[in-house]
Ligand binder design. Structure first.
Ligand code: FAD
Length: 538
């Protein structure tokens, strides 16, 4: 197979244009080209009236070696790399111990799946409920019912990304192509095939729910075990070696190999780990608001006359502004055609996030507009001080919203002028159970408010209308990433507790569904190899 990169064709090219482009690029006769497939498809929309699709293609041709020789100097014609996944270990037939995975978010799901596929029959412990039950609790909360602190947007089967936009791209380096393994497992579980080749794949909430169920069935079929409503409350540590766990119901489990994939919202678990002496450091994260505009405005601005083209879908954006107060404001987790969601997992606190369906057909675009903060400047002194700050901001948001889980919100125009909002404009809020119009400057530190006030007009220079007066800000956004890092060594084990494998977003090793899945694979591999070492030592 040969890989051709940077094949550019106009947005609305006809069916045969790809074949013609390959033949022309390689100066081939049609009979020399046996077949081809699209490995990646992106687009360049810098010129709105002339949007180009950019393809990476894998092609099967006559005489590959001669072609490679002819085009030796062309960086866009190379042999296709082998991106298939190869298991690193196989469990012995007689297992003396089963590994445990804590948390069934994308990281725990992939760690569990890989361990099951290698024959290690993992036990997976998830504090929340199975995904259909969890969906009832989460959507119930959004419709005004009580928050269930153990079953919500953050906790339960599928983890934090289940009710999300399901964006599946990441900037992590992936030389071993683990991302392909994640994607192919998702496709096997029912994700659309296109996630294998579009440059910014996404799945959307309802598809994710069904996929998570199928992946659970696969793990169980392979001998794994999944226990819901099983919160881990204590580690058993003997002389720096993990030996087991205690669950909230008092049950004890023995294992010297445990993946800790608890996500960024398991604050009580972080406290437990800290109290038990697991080495933890504070790390930077970001705080801010969700911003909402009409999606049609974003589409028009990004795609001009091509807005609405089904290949392009609903437009997204990515914005960064370095402020005069030495802070950086950026857009995060942009959800085209989606809704702002109530993402609280603790009573008396309000926090926002965003989600969408596969169609991305909702009226509004939303994204987090956040300011980077760090332990040195903003929450010094204690490894868990970032959590205390998150809680304080979320409590302020709860109070400002009226202490009913309504989120405080403000029109962009009023926010920029520093005056409380009293009436909505064209942009209707999508957040449920509801919003309370107010003055958002009270809910974040002054430096963050000043930075966001400077950034929004700067973003308007890139997306005209971004600072439009009736756009909406809803607060607060505090869970962009984990406020801590549970340090691990090159063997993927905690630097001071052997047998504990901190993984995924909560431990500070991933940010997003794809990178959490990739980290789950890496950790499963390290754990499997360590278990085999233990077997051969005995
Ligand atoms: P999590 O998904 O947080 O999973 C951790 C799991 O551990 C949870 O299910 C939790 O219940 C469980 N747990 C915690 N403590 C314990 C305990 N003590 N015992 C047992 N179980 C425990 N990312 C994207 O890439 N694209 C998106 O479009 C996107 N949208 C998002 C939208 C929303 C509303 C949210 C909340 C997040 C979104 N994210 C998105 C972020 C993404 O969900 C996370 O990065 C990802 O889920 C992290 O995976 P994880 O497995 O490390 O942790």
């Amino acid at each position: 197979m040969l890989r051709l990169t940077e094949i550019k064709l106009p947005l609305n090219h006809d069916e045969n244009a790809l074949t013609a482009a390959i033949l022309s690029k390689l100066q081939l006769m049609p009979e020399q080209l046996h077949s081809f497939s699209v490995f990646k498809r992106g687009f360049d929309a810098r010129k709105k009236t002339d949007i180009q699709l950019i393809y990476t293609l894998d092609i099967d041709v006559d005489n590959e070696a001669a072609l490679l020789n002819t085009f030796a100097k062309d960086p866009h014609i190379k042999p296709s790399p082998d991106t298939s996944y190869k298991f690193v270990a196989r469990a012995p037939t007689e297992l003396t111990e089963r590994p445990v995975v804590i948390g069934l978010g994308p990281c725990g799901l992939f760690a569990g799946l890989l361990l099951a596929q290698m024959g290690f029959k993992p036990i997976i412990l998830e504090r929340g409920k199975e995904v259909r039950e969890r969906t009832k609790d989460t959507f119930g909360f959004w419709r005004g019912k009580e928050l269930n602190p153990e079953s919500n947007v953050q906790y339960g089967e599928g983890g934090a990304g289940t009710f999300s936009d399901g964006k599946l791209y990441s900037q992590v380096k992936d030389p071993k192509h683990y991302g392909r393994k994640v994607m192919s497992e998702f496709v096997a579980a029912g994700a659309p095939d296109e996630i294998m080749y579009v440059s910014k794949p996404h799945i959307g909430t309802f598809k994710l729910v069904a996929m998570v169920e199928k992946m659970r069935a696969k793990i169980i079929e392979l001998g794994g075990e999944i226990r819901f409503s099983s919160r881990v409350d204590k580690l058993h540590i003997d002389n720096g070696q993990l030996t087991g766990l205690t669950l909230a119901n008092g049950e004890q489990l023995h294992s010297k190999h445990v993946v800790l994939a608890v996500g960024h919202s398991a604050r009580d678990t972080f406290e437990m780990l800290y109290e038990q002496g697991v080495y933890i450091e504070a790390k930077p994260f970001s705080i801010g608001f969700r911003i909402e505009h009409e999606q049609s405005m974003i589409d028009e601005c990004r795609f001009g006359p091509n807005a609405g083209n089904p290949i392009l879908g609903a437009a997204d954006y990515k914005l960064v502004h370095h402020c005069s107060n030495n802070r950086t404001v950026y857009s995060f987790c942009m959800c085209p055609g989606g809704t702002v969601v109530a993402a609280a997992s603790e009573q008396g606190r309000v926090v926002t996030n965003g989600m969408s369906q596969y169609s991305r057909h909702e009226r509004n675009a939303n994204s987090a507009i956040v300011v980077g903060i760090d332990p040195e400047r903003d929450y010094p002194g204690h490894p868990l001080a970032g959590i205390a700050l998150q809680r304080q901001l979320e409590e302020q948001a709860f109070a400002l919203g009226g202490a009913s889980y309504h989120a405080p919100a403000q029109l962009i125009g009023d926010f920029l002028k520093g005056k409380p909002s009293a009436e909505l404009g064209e942009v209707k809020p999508s957040y449920t159970p509801g919003i309370t119009l107010t003055d958002l400057s009270k809910v974040l530190p002054d430096f963050a408010i000043a930075a966001i006030r400077e950034a929004i007009p700067a973003f308007d220079r890139q997306i005209r209308g971004f600072a439009k007066a009736d756009g909406l800000l809803t607060g607060v956004e505090t869970r962009t990433s984990s406020p801590i890092c549970i340090k691990r060594g090159s063997d993927y084990q905690s630097v001071n507790i052997k047998g504990l494998y901190p993984a995924g977003e909560g431990a500070g090793y991933a940010g997003g569904i794809l990178s959490a899945g990739i980290d789950g694979i890496k950790v499963a591999e390290a754990l499997a190899l360590a278990m085999l070492d233990t077997v051969s030592d005995t």
